[in-house]
Design a protein around this ligand. Sequence first.
Ligand code: GLN
Length: 312
Amino acid sequence: AAVFGPSAVTEYLEQVVEQLRDQRGGAPSDSIPALAEADPERFGIVIATADGHVYAAGDADEEFSLQSISKAFTYALALEDLGAEAVHEKIDVEPSGDAFNEISLQPGTGRPANPMINAGAITSTWLVPDSERDLRRDRIRAAYSRCAGRDLAISPEVLAQEHDAGDRNRALGYLLASAGIIEGDPIRALEDYFAQCSVLVTCRDLALMGATLANDGTNPVTGEEVFAPGTVSRVLSVMSSCGMYDDAGEWMVRVGLPAKSGVGGGIIAVLPGQLAVATFSPALDRHGNSVRGVLACERLSQDLQLHFSRTA
Ligand code: GLN
């Protein structure tokens, strides 16, 4: 692999941004106005290393909503709170091969296939308990903030729109309740799921959240242990098989890293022990993954030899 000095890394990332800027395929999500109105020209790439160095290019400091990238971190919090076994009784770890918002539970157990599709993510949110001091949604937001190393906020505007457009997720919540996976009324868990999707982040935040996973659950800049290493191992494993939804197989061939995307246009990809790559660009492919983001991750994986098999 090439050896880069710090400014050479930034220069390299700026080149990738320039080279992929004319890739104008796909379109921003039309699920809510805040996403539909996003500027498709926005494009940022940030690398954060497991020892806390950050290299940014393009629109690294533009805020957008976390959306499904939240699923990995709420799953981590549920694992921390309840332990892997209790979580596994409610959420399996099998790729579904279906779209992220598919209305389906596994035959027999009634469990969601995995925590990265909406059915599984709503269950993870439901599993996270309130604490004596804080409501569930504040505990979730606080965990994301510790990973990012700054206080992240829920956008009231995005949250209101997620609420208004939330019927399909409500259908999933009631399906989960009917199957006995969610116990009791799913409404508050659904609202908290909408809130976690509405957390505003920058590409730089995402890179640090990814670097916290790359560094076994400890934020490499603040030094705070957010998640235990065993939790992170399980989260990264599920990201490998399920993080890119029904494109997870293709992604693994082309990029070869555990990753998570969101319909806000963000992607994080993690090389355990080494670094995280975060990308932001709002135009999405048919799976709901950022078009430029996927291309940028593929390029970085090749150029920096990040693919787990190193031969792809
Ligand atoms: N808020 C979106 C939903 O629940 C998140 C989906 C995504 O980012 N893929 O449908």
